[in-house]
Design a binder for this molecule. Structure first.
Ligand SMILES: C[S@@+](CC[C@H](N)C(=O)[O-])C[C@H]1O[C@@H](n2cnc3c(N)ncnc32)[C@H](O)[C@@H]1O
Length: 146
């Protein structure tokens, strides 16, 4: 796994201070955590998409690297597993997927579970995606996206 972070001279505790106590408390990862670098998670299969993540994998990453109410972006959405996990954990999601078949499929799965917001799953060409990525560095809040 590779974790990227925007270049900054700020330390991780600066990040924490951007959230109120209630959000920090609600985002706390409870229970046992994996102490090795080997995660044992059963694989997932899907009748439409050939390479899906288990929800458990997405859930762990989201819990470790975001807070409640954050916006989780998955540029390679597939069937929308990250959106499902984000919603279950009280995060917003924004997904892009280049294959219209998979994008429609993700929209269907998310709406069947009542998790779908019209603008949350989008089919993007590479140019559109590049424009979005450049714009996202100027975004200040979720309202700028939706
Ligand atoms: C391994 S799958 C992701 C599966 C997803 N994590 C899930 O659980 O459903 C990778 C996805 O990225 C999409 N993809 C590949 N290149 C892309 C690009 N440049 N922009 C957007 N989506 C892309 C593929 O169509 C494929 O659905």
């Amino acid at each position: 796994m590779i974790v990227y972070r925007k270049q900054t001279d700020k330390l991780i505790d600066w990040n924490i201070r951007q959230y109120d106590e209630e959000t920090i408390e609600a985002s706390r990862v409870l229970g046992e955590y994996e102490k090795t670098n080997l995660w044992r998670i059963a694989p997932s299969a899907d009748p439409v998409h050939p390479a899906v993540f288990p929800v458990e994998l997405a859930s762990r990453i989201i819990q470790f690297y975001s807070y409640r109410g954050d916006l989780v972006f998955d540029p390679f959405a597939g069937r929308g597993t990250v959106g499902i996990a984000a919603n279950q954990l009280g995060r917003y999601y924004f997904l892009t997927e280049k294959d219209p078949t998979y994008a429609q499929y993700a929209k269907r799965l998310l709406s069947e579970s009542n998790l779908f917001c019209e603008k949350s799953v989008q089919v993007r060409s590479l140019n559109e995606f590049t424009e979005l990525a450049q714009r996202s560095s100027r975004l200040r809040s979720i309202k700028d996206v939706f």
